[in-house]
Design a protein around this ligand. Sequence first.
Ligand code: A3P
Length: 279
Amino acid sequence: QLSVLHKFKGILFSTASSRELLDSLDSFDAREDDVFLVSYPKSGTHWVAEVIENIPNAKITITSPIELGDISKFDELKTYSKRRVIPTHLSYDMLPVDIKQKQCKVIYIIRNPKDTAVSLFHYYRDNPNLPYIETWAEFLELFLRGDVVYGSWFDHVLSWEEHKNDNVLIIFYEEMKKDFFKSLKKITTFLDMHVNDSEINNIAWKTSFSEMKNNTVKESHDPNHTICALTSERNLVFRKGVVGDWINYFTSKQKRVFDELFTEKMKHSELARRLKEYS
Ligand code: A3P
């Protein structure tokens, strides 16, 4: 079952991300107006993508993830004439160098790691592109060791936090839930886009959890609408869509172990302090 994943530079990737593609990421030609939609898996990427797609007159195309596919990827990405919004779960270190040089805009989505872990646990169990994991306890150990797809949550977040002043907008899943309009405003301002009140309300409705979940039933499988390199089956994505589901999974001992590692790993992190306020 492990054959659905492979290791590249010490990090686990789906075999849908070919070694050749991962090896040639630095040959990617960025455009100055590219926007990158970056996240650790299960942080709310599909949600933010849907928000951007529903901004009227945005004049953008959401592409499939930069790390999904083989070396024909970059030719595919060249075919888009509109401004590209390119999703990725790559950590900062693996991001193609041209994106850094051109200082392309990045939206980084972050979610409290306990909920992210629970969400990823279900993804492992439901998604045929990930190995099946028997128990939550077993999965949590892998998660804490960073022995899961895209590596350690802590390292991912820290790699991006270090570059938060390089044209990076940070969006918190929890803030989107609590104050959607505030997050939407941040996104449109960052992208120099304008929305009026009725458009805002329409976006809020169209991107609500229930609406998005219902639409997957209608849309079924659309490989041209792949936001996460781990699946093009959108019906695998919409599970619960709430803040705080971790409480139903963590034992008090698991919470203590998790919190200790969090405190240790994130001791210099400003983002970690903000996450604590939200969860
Ligand atoms: P849960 O598994 O906790 O339900 P990603 O898009 O990065 O793969 O993240 C998936 C997570 O975001 C899932 O979390 C999913 O339910 C949640 N999600 C997706 N769309 C959402 C929405 N419109 N509102 C709230 N949560 C949403």
